[in-house]
Design a protein around this ligand. Structure first.
Ligand code: ACO
Length: 382
């Protein structure tokens, strides 16, 4: 029986697992994947290498990376019936719903019914990393009546995703920005969706259910969905001059009003990923005029630092990702699916870790309901 004093709403500060996948120091804005700083990876590496690092535990050798990359390229394509299924999805459905359904269906076309077969687990791991972009791009196109574009195996992961979305290859700069965004979103210790993946994995559910459950968890506006909400917020504000009156009005109407894209359970300073994303945004906007939403975001960060800074509430990764994706021409509701395309690497790394010495998650509760209630037959109730 648990006691009130043991109860921590939202499991704040409660360790849910031992993990070697990543390290986060929220007071110093340090984030490392398997010991390597994320800023270095965003600049020097690519998503293929980072996903291997997360899942396997060490940077790959040249041979390992070449073989893994070839495996990824070979598993990008999806079954033609899965494409038909995506074509039948409602065009006004959310791309995260389509991804959720698509991941489940992927598990039916390429089954991994048991988690005790290492070769099948690896096949599913590679397929999930490789095919999530295909699922996302396919729905993003069919919902607007465009043909699905099959993946190309002569492009890298980020470039191929862009190609499947838009039917053209990205410039070198765009490819690098997209790749860096994938790296920055690939893993982040025991966040809600990763915890979801571990809980689901602990039942020995198949990897497609593990990732499907995590996709659902990521979709919420307090988690991955915040990047969409942050961009809508910048649009609602309408420009840097409106920031202060907008925030004053929101806080007057609701003193607990939550500004989207700021605040974090662990970070008490600015999220390291937000800083790198901001650098990327500056790079993207160097050759063009800065978009109004970016100017608004900069001013909102400044104003919020005065209001919320003393409480340790600063921009998180979702604050600047939306303005970057918008500059790349990506529709707003595809932002969170891109987060999933990246985070699948972290989820799978945690799933692998969970399976080693697995014990099913089964926490306690503080019971607050009635007990011993007498059942009154329906016909005797008023
Ligand atoms: N705007 C204004 N105030 C905030 C914000 C915010 N975005 N976030 C937290 N606070 C305040 C709360 O009002 C609360 O104040 P109080 O102590 O006076 O009551 C205090 O900070 C603690 O807030 P909680 O909601 O209890 O913090 P928690 O750790 O549970 O939530 C969360 C973290 C969900 C990220 C929260 O900061 C939030 O809702 N942010 C906006 C949504 C967002 O950007 N989510 C993305 C997170 S990163 C990611 O998932 C990739």
């Amino acid at each position: 029986m648990s006691t009130e004093t043991e109860y921590k709403p939202g499991l704040e500060d409660v360790p849910a697992a031992k993990s070697a996948v990543s390290f986060l120091d929220g007071k110093k804005a340090v984030l490392e994947y398997r010991g390597v700083p994320v800023e270095v990876l965003a600049k020097e590496s690519n998503f293929e290498e980072v996903s291997w690092l997360l899942i396997k535990g060490d940077l790959p050798t040249q041979k390992q990376l070449a073989e893994y990359d070839a495996e990824l390229r070979a598993r990008r394509a999806i079954h033609f019936r899965l494409k038909d299924l995506i074509k039948c999805m409602p065009a006004d459905g959310h791309p995260m719903d389509a991804l959720h359904a698509g991941v489940s269906a992927l598990g039916m076309f390429y089954p991994c019914p048991t988690v005790f077969d290492a070769a099948k687990n690896w096949d599913a791991t590679v397929r999930l990393v490789a095919a999530l972009p295909t699922l996302v791009a396919a729905f993003a196109r069919t919902r607007r009546g465009a043909e699905i574009i099959d993946p190309r195996d002569d492009l890298d992961h980020a470039a191929n995703f862009y190609y499947m979305l838009f039917g053209k290859e990205p410039s070198a700069a765009t490819r690098k920005v997209l790749d860096a965004c994938l790296i920055l979103h690939a893993e982040h210790t025991m966040n809600a969706s990763t915890f979801t993946a571990r809980v689901t994995g602990s039942t020995l559910a198949n990897p497609y259910h593990v990732i499907g459950a995590a996709v659902g968890s990521l979709s919420g506006p307090l988690h991955g969905g915040a990047n969409e909400e942050a961009l809508r917020q910048f649009e609602e504000i309408g420009g840097p001059a409106n920031v202060k009156p907008w925030l004053d009005a929101k806080r007057t109407a609701d003193p607990k009003y939550k500004v989207m894209g700021i605040g974090h359970r662990v970070y008490k300073v600015k999220d390291a990923r937000a800083t790198v994303l901001q650098e990327i945004a500056e790079h993207v906007f160097a050759e063009t005029a800065r978009p109004k939403n970016y100017e608004t975001a900069l001013e909102l960060e400044r104003v919020c630092a005065g209001v919320y800074g003393p409480k340790g509430i600063y921009p998180n990764v979702d604050f600047y990702s939306g303005v970057v994706y918008q500059a790349l021409g990506i529709p707003t509701d595809v932002f969170t699916p891109i987060f999933a395309i990246a985070r699948v690497a972290g989820w799978l790394a945690h799933w692998n870790e969970q399976l080693v010495g697995n014990r099913i998650f089964r926490p306690e509760q503080i019971s607050t309901g009635k007990t011993g209630v007498k059942y009154v037959p329906l016909e005797q109730r008023p």
